[in-house]
Design a protein around this ligand. Sequence first.
Ligand code: GDP
Length: 424
Amino acid sequence: MVRAIVGANWGDEGKGKITDMLAKESDIIVRFQGGSNAGHTIINNYGKFALHLLPSGVFYDHTTSIIGNGVALNIPYLIDEINSVVERGVPKPRILVSDRAQVLMPYHVLFDTYEEARLAGKSFGSTKSGIAPFYSDKYAKIGIQVSELFDDEVIKEKIGRVCETKNVLLEHLYHKPLLDPEELLETCRQYRDMVAPYVCDVSAYLHQAIKEGKTILLEGQLGSLKDTDHGIYPMVTSSSTLAAYGAIGAGIPPYEIKDIITVVKAYSSAVGAGAFVSEIFGGEADELRRRGGDGGEFGATTGRPRRMGWFDAVATRYGCRIQGATEVAFTVLDVLGYLKEIPVCVGYEIDGEVTKDFPSTVKLGKAKPVFTTLPGWNCDIRGIKTYEELPKNCQNYIEFVEKEIGVRISMVSNGPGRDDIIMR
Ligand code: GDP
């Protein structure tokens, strides 16, 4: 049984928490896209963790954590992350890395940084983790697969080709020091030795696991609106954030993904540039940011303050549809307990017309939010364990959102901890 856990919004919906929770009854957790450019915050019996590359299921000793072929694999980062959880008392995790995953190289980070500086004010708000240059190289066919690290001749040739084109850009566009092929070869040898204990034909492994009836979670990074194809292009990430890509980025048949748990946040937050129709500003935003998430809405990777907004039903309905949501986990609802009234964006006004359909980017830039206001419940709902115990106005808010997005809300998260969950 394969389940995907993915985001309907701009990321930071709380996928890590839901994955950590569901991992308890799962055998294998797979990261299938993205890299170390976004973080998942997890709070459990070992403490509070910000994971970037490891799947959020690493905290149990019965699970296997997998880095699928679709991931941008930063090898030293992965090793550091493994060490950092072990140092804090977590049992040494069982980790497998796909032999077809590609290696994020130090020059990807350099190019990301140089390009952001070159674009200055017109940048895409990159986290400078090398993700865009990495995926560009992958599709330009000058990326390095993990399996290639184990063949010196192949690597030498690949590095030669990489240096040829990159050094032209470094010299003439960025005016920066050139890449040295010898040094890169040495880096690749070091990476080979670091990753060797984990390398696996992941697709074959998962094929067998599915046959044996194992429970597999595919953990997505970021959310629908950051998807390269279906998101707010070009203010998107460089890999697909959709459950459908889970099949590709893990190497399993698409029809095996039976359940797509789409995580929806009870209000909106986003990092980086791009249209954000229900965005709020000033004191109103500051208060929500301060109270949001677990101790404030600041990026887990960059520490940047997140942009804040009210719940956007237009974007979320679209985000759920494009994921193919079979059920929704509705998160951080407890945060809204301070409000007497809660605005919800239920439509976009574009050129004088109101629509409920999420538009493509050019039109999105012109959209103005149409808000409706629901009564708040104005109390703390943390610690509540059953749906019936939730205040009536809180239930109304959940049911209003459910109707707007058209997908069943099966779980309500009312706190950052593993057990802060209400099953419906
Ligand atoms: P992810 O990338 O989707 O895993 O999300 P992040 O971990 O970046 O952001 C979610 C933040 O909200 C983290 O700080 C979580 O600890 C926190 N969080 C998750 N669920 C809840 C919840 O129901 N209530 C509260 N207050 N915080 C939550």
